[in-house]
Write a protein that binds this ligand. Structure first.
Ligand code: NAP
Length: 302
């Protein structure tokens, strides 16, 4: 049986080999943090005990505030102190709020990096976001608009949250229940669901494509709707479908980090963001299992 992380005293981690010891100011409770702590993330090695947290905002010994991504095998960021590799850290713009940055960077980075690094996306192309009602999906709509997408189709389950997305740049919203009827002629799909919605949407989009040889880049981002899909081979022959993923491993850490300053600037400028709820780290155990408001990212503040 899985247990929530406990708040307890640990030795302060030692910074070695070019690392720095930072005072953690804020660390977001992202799905990636939950899957890492639960032992279900594909990068995990199952070692316990572990300190959860994959990123955060910290203060360096010289006083500078940075957003940083935790190392692959050191302790995580949900602690008073964390070691960081300066190559995985980016200084915060003065105007940036630590909690807002800790909430939004992980979900926003997904689409930002996918559109800028994983596919040859150009302004004027069209994007479909599958699973657009989560934080990452909603931000994907905003990021696609910001990067110049001409048409943005948002597909999601929750009708109330789907409606809100219309005002954020989506040119069309479609219920996930109608994924099998999708006819959009898009260039890029950012897929935050996988599972049945992806199976239905892929078949529909390929079948209704007017120019079958035009590339359709399908970028897999997350799989809350199922770890697997059944992929009929005919779909790969019937259209210029290019299926890839975007995440740790398919991109280098250096490539991801290189994108962070520009994204941080947009977050600090208020171009987009996500609602954040700051909670003292001491309340981690109760907060972990308590129901949370969709659209409000929990951020622990030590
Ligand atoms: N690859 C990357 O770089 C990257 C980065 C960040 C996040 N992600 C992944 O992207 C996914 C979403 O992250 P997030 O931060 O947006 O989380 P979130 O805010 O908690 O949103 C979760 C999303 O998943 C949807 N969902 C959950 N179960 C579903 C199901 N059975 N069928 C269809 N949709 C379902 C939710 O739809 P409703 O709104 O209808 O409940 C919501 O849109 C996660 O898997 C996360 O790990 C990937």
């Amino acid at each position: 049986m899985l247990h929530a992380p406990r708040y307890e005293e640990l030795e302060t981690p030692e910074a070695g080999g070019g690392q720095l010891l930072a005072e953690v100011l804020a660390a977001g409770l992202h799905p990636r943090v939950r899957s890492g702590a639960g032992g279900t993330h594909y990068t995990g090695d199952g070692r316990l005990p572990m300190v959860p947290g994959v990123d955060g905002v910290g203060r360096l010994p010289d006083g500078r505030r940075v957003y940083f991504v935790a190392g692959d095998d050191g302790p995580g960021t949900m602690a008073e102190r964390a070691v960081l590799d300066p190559r995985r850290a980016v200084e915060l713009p003065e105007a940036a709020d630590a909690v807002a940055v800790a909430a939004a960077m992980n979900p926003a980075t997904s689409s930002w990096v996918a559109l800028r690094r994983r596919v040859d996306f150009e302004p004027g192309q069209s994007v479909l976001v599958l699973g657009a009602t989560g934080d990452a999906g909603r931000l994907a709509v905003e990021v696609a608009r910001h990067l110049g997408a001409s048409e943005i189709v948002a597909v999601g389950r929750d009708p109330r949250r789907l409606e809100l997305i219309t005002g954020l740049g989506a040119t069309r919203v479609v219920s996930t229940a109608d994924a099998d009827k999708l006819t959009a002629d898009v260039d890029v799909v950012l897929d935050y669901t996988w599972g049945a919605p992806a199976e239905l949407a892929m078949r529909a989009l390929v079948t209704h494509r007017t120019e079958r040889s035009k590339p359709l880049a399908w970028v897999q981002m997350g799989s809350p709707a199922g770890a697997d899909v059944t992929l009929p081979s005919a779909l790969l022959r019937a259209a210029n479908l290019r299926i890839m993923g975007s995440g740790q491993g398919s991109l280098t850490t250096a490539g991801i980090v290189a994108e962070l300053p520009a994204l941080l600037d947009e977050l600090a400028a208020g171009t987009f963001g996500t609602a954040a709820k700051a909670i003292p780290l001491a309340e981690v155990e109760d907060t972990w299992t308590a129901p949370s408001d969709p659209g409000e990212r929990i951020v622990f503040t030590p």
